[in-house]
Design a protein around this ligand. Structure first.
Ligand code: 5GP
Ligand code: MN
Length: 336
C-alpha cells in the first residue's frame, strides 16, 4: 500500500470513482463517504457512493444520501458501477469482508483500491494506496485531513462540513472518548468558522428516532440486561421475538450497547442481536480492557480497543454460553 500522499497529485485528473464503506453504515461510514463524494465531485470526478447494505433511516438527512446505491437492493446497477470505476475508495473498514456480499465482487475487479480507515490490523495488501491510523477519532476526521493536506481546503462547503461533523460526533461519543484529540477540536473549530450549524447536525442524529426505539430500549434494559458484578461485565441479549415486537429496523439498536457502561464499575458491555443470518455482537469497554482482542479471539470480529464487534453462527442461547465462557477466561483482565 503506497502512502495516501502519493495520490494527491493524481486528484486533478478526473476519473470514474466509487466510494464504499462497511456494511450497515453508521454516521462515520456514511458521513465520510458523502463528505468525500462532495469533495471529489468539485474536482470534476464522476463519483457514486455504493453501500454494501441498507442503512438507518435517520442518516437520510445527510446531503447526497438520496444518491447512494444500495448494493443488495440494486445489485445490477451497483455491479456495473463497480466494474466501471477506475478508483474504489474503501472507507471506515479494515478488511474487505466488512463489505459482506460485496467482498467477492470487489476482489474480482481490478480497480485501484484506496483505503482510508482507523480500525486496527488493516488488510493493507488489498489496497494500492491508503492511510490507516488507529489514533484517529473517525474516518470523517481522516477525510478532513485528506482534503486539507491535498491542498483543497477551500472546497470544504456546508455539505461536506455537515457530513464530516456527523461522523466525528458519532465516533467520539460527542467528544467524550479519548480519541477526541486537540486536532479534532481544531477541525471542528475550522468547520464552525465556515458556518457549520452543529446543533442541527446533532439533532438530526440524536433527536430523530421513532417511538419504537425508545420503547425497545426501555424493554431491553428492564428485561434483557444481566450484570455480572464479579466480572465487571454487563450483557444484553435481544431475541428475534423482541425484534419483531418492537419492529426493529436497521440502526434502531445503535448505541444500545453503551447504556450499561454508565453503571459504576462496569468495564465490559456486550450486546448480542439474533439477526436472521447470524448472531451479531457489539462490545464496548471502559479503561484498559481490550475488546478488539476479545472480539478477535472469541467472536470472529475486531474493531478498536474500546469498541468492537463480532459474529457467531451458533444459536442465541449457545453464543450467550460462549460469551460466559469467554468472560470467565478473561477474569484477570476484567477484575480490578
Ligand atoms: P458496532 O458495535 O458499532 O457494530 O461496531 C463497533 C466497532 O467495531 C466499529 O468500529 C466496527 O467497525 C467494528 N466492528 C463491528 N463488527 C465487526 C466485525 O464483525 N469485524 C470487525 N473486524 N470489526 C467489527
Ligand atoms: Mn468509524
Amino acid at each position: 500500500m503506497q502512502p495516501i500522499q502519493d495520490l494527491y497529485p493524481l486528484l486533478s485528473t478526473p476519473r470514474t470513482v466509487v466510494i464504499t464503506m462497511h456494511q450497515k453504515p453508521d454516521a462515520d461510514a456514511m458521513g465520510s463517504a458523502l463528505g468525500l463524494y462532495h469533495f471529489l465531485r468539485q474536482l470534476g470526478h464522476q463519483v457514486t457512493v455504493v453501500s454494501p447494505t441498507n442503512w438507518a433511516r435517520w442518516l437520510n438527512w445527510m446531503p447526497g444520501c438520496n444518491t447512494v446505491v444500495d448494493f443488495e437492493l440494486h445489485r445490477d446497477r451497483a455491479e456495473a458501477l463497480l466494474a466501471k470505476a477506475e478508483w474504489l475508495f474503501c472507507l471506515d473498514f479494515n478488511v474487505l469482508l466488512r463489505t459482506k456480499n460485496m467482498a467477492p465482487k470487489i476482489r474480482a475487479i481490478s480497480n485501484t483500491r484506496i483505503l482510508i480507515d482507523h480500525h486496527q490490523q488493516p488488510e493493507v495488501e488489498s489496497f494500492a494506496y491508503g492511510v490507516s491510523n488507529t489514533a484517529k477519532s473517525s474516518t470523517c476526521e481522516m477525510i478532513y485531513d485528506f482534503i486539507m493536506e491535498s491542498g483543497h481546503g477551500a472546497l470544504i462547503n456546508n455539505d461536506i462540513a455537515e457530513c464530516l461533523y456527523a461522523g466525528v460526533i458519532a465516533d467520539t461519543g460527542s467528544f467524550r472518548f479519548p480519541a477526541a484529540s486537540a486536532h479534532v477540536h481544531t477541525m471542528v473549530s475550522d468547520l464552525k468558522g465556515r458556518g457549520l450549524n452543529h446543533t442541527q447536525v446533532h439533532e438530526n442524529i440524536y433527536d430523530n428516532f421513532l417511538e419504537n426505539r425508545l420503547r425497545l430500549i426501555g424493554h431491553v434494559l428492564l428485561h434483557r440486561m444481566e450484570i455480572y458484578y464479579e466480572y465487571n461485565t454487563a450483557l444484553i441479549a435481544i431475541s428475534k421475538k423482541d425484534l419483531l415486537r418492537y419492529e426493529v429496523k436497521t440502526g434502531d439498536t445503535d448505541g444500545l450497547v453503551n447504556y450499561p457502561l454508565s453503571i459504576q464499575g462496569i468495564k465490559l458491555a456486550a450486546l448480542v442481536i439474533d439477526r436472521d443470518e447470524e448472531r451479531k455482537w457489539s462490545f464496548r469497554s471502559k479503561g484498559d480492557f481490550d475488546v478488539n482482542t476479545f472480539a478477535r479471539k472469541y467472536f470472529e470480529g475486531g474493531g478498536h480497543f474500546n469498541a468492537a464487534g463480532g459474529r457467531s453462527s451458533a444459536s442465541l442461547d449457545q453464543t450467550v454460553q460462549d460469551f460466559m465462557e469467554a468472560m470467565k477466561k478473561s477474569a484477570v483482565e476484567l477484575q480490578d
